[in-house]
Design a protein around this ligand. Sequence first.
Ligand code: PYL
Length: 289
Amino acid sequence: MTRLTSRDIDALPSGLADYDRILKAATGRSLLGIGAAAAGWADEDAIGRLASTIRMAVVPIRSGQGIIRGFTGSVTAILAYLGFDAWVTRQTDVAGFAEAVDAGAHVIFAADDHRFVAVCLRHGRTVDNARATADGFVAGLDLMAGGLHGGRVLVLGCGRVGRWAVPALLKRGARVCVADRIPARAAHLAARHSGETIAVAADVDNALDTHDLIIEATDAADVIRARHIRAATRISAPGMPCGVSPNAMEQLGGRLLHDPLQIGVAAMACSAAGIVSGTMSTYEGEASS
Ligand code: PYL
């Protein structure tokens, strides 16, 4: 997992409205709509009505490599933009958790160097950022492509997000091919879904030449270049840094989804809201583990 830098997220809070317009143009849905689709909500409006009643505390964590300046502020800005009652705790770490519980939080968001989770306090369940990010970018690709059923989708990068993208794609009826710069990782991921037919790309370049729908989930830049882009190409790219080269981005125009936190946090929030509100009538998703 690539560790974000302040540079990745400095402009995030002030750019949320503009980014929402980009998402609507690319997918027909808002950031909340994509988060709702990722989390299995049948109806975005239902979650919109609930959001202001759900209290979400974001706790800065100093362990390991420590605080990323702007990280908890960006997470909180995304949650507040979606309509949730969100705030950053004054204290960090355990004291921050205690402060959040004492303030009546329903959900706590916190990240160390290994995990970024949303803890649903009264339900004893967590929502994991890697899985929610995969669900969010797969939902976005589904919307860009006008449906994935029967579609051939390439998952590039078999790390945590790529691994979660496979079940999310299969659930939508996609035909999945996996590729990784370490071939054994792709083969291992395919073997984990032995009941399904998952193709393993022998050659990344060839896989890019033969797939129009791509989940780019690598930690490398410039993996996808202009020569790989065709009129039918659509790319949903959770990988950090973005694996699509500037020239390829120019060719793609609005047929690319990429961000450092927004879609993943929106999917986490909508999944946590489904658990907290328990309104299964509008929330058919599964709680992420
Ligand atoms: C959750 C992000 C998405 C991509 N990489 C992940 C990352 O950078 N993880 C580290 C997050 C550390 C946050 C720090 C703080 O400010 O609370 N502990």
